[in-house]
Design a protein around this ligand. Structure first.
Ligand SMILES: CSCCC(=O)/C(O)=C/O
Ligand SMILES: [Fe+2]
Length: 200
């Protein structure tokens, strides 16, 4: 029996349901027993993921193609460390406040690693560990947060369509069109698809 080929993305993007402990946010927060979440399950929440060549991100044709295909015309680099990020402590605190954006959150770890936590359709936290070479898209309107892990460093490329808007809207924001659209088109749609498939 031939083992299924391992998805190369899984080496740099792993996800799991979080425990309820209030220990340091930088710890993994696995449940006991551990409950991993697959990349396919993440895609059902609208989360997209790639593995790219981080050592050559400035010339990487695959990244160039993704940017052209998805219209990510804007790019910058966010070095999340005390020496390079102004107002570091305040930013780290704000990143971990549960929030949404009215546009996609596109983040590519070109160095280091970090945790992007996203709510599932039952409002449970899923922790997405993104390591060097991993790029993810969190959908517009999805409740999420970010924290460094215990390695305490990420150099993240931020991409955007057109002029960037980084505004975080801290929960609750259920009145916002971006939130309503995410709930209707992603969270409720997947539930109805499951119901239809179960009835078939
Ligand atoms: C690692 S990029 C900084 C985090 C950020 O911009 C954000 O919105 C997290 O949810
Ligand atoms: Fe965010």
């Amino acid at each position: 029996m031939v083992a299924p080929e391992k998805d190369p993305r899984e080496e740099v993007i792993q996800a799991w349901y979080m425990d309820d402990s209030d220990e340091d946010q930088r710890l993994p927060h696995h449940k006991d027993p551990e409950e991993f979440v697959s990349l396919d399950q993440l895609s059902e929440l609208g989360v997209l993921s790639w593995r790219l060549d981080a050592d050559n991100y400035e010339t990487d044709e695959e990244l160039k193609k993704i940017r052209e295909t998805r219209g990510y015309s804007y790019m910058d680099i966010c070095d999340v460390c005390p020496e390079k990020l102004p107002n570091y402590e305040e930013k780290i605190k704000n990143f971990f406040e549960e929030h949404l954006h009215t546009d996609e959150e596109i983040r590519y770890a070109v160095e280091g690693s970090g945790y992007f936590d996203i709510r599932d359709r039952n409002d449970k936290w899923i922790r997405i560990w993104v390591k060097k070479g991993g790029m993810i898209v969190l959908p517009a309107g999805s409740y999420h947060r970010f924290t460094l892990d215990t390695d305490n460093y990420i150099k993240a490329m931020r991409l955007f369509v057109g002029d960037p808007v980084w505004t975080p809207y801290n929960r609750p924001q259920d009145h916002l069109p971006a939130r309503k659209e995410y709930v209707e088109k992603v969270l409720q749609k997947e539930m109805s698809d499951r119901t239809i498939n179960a009835a078939a």
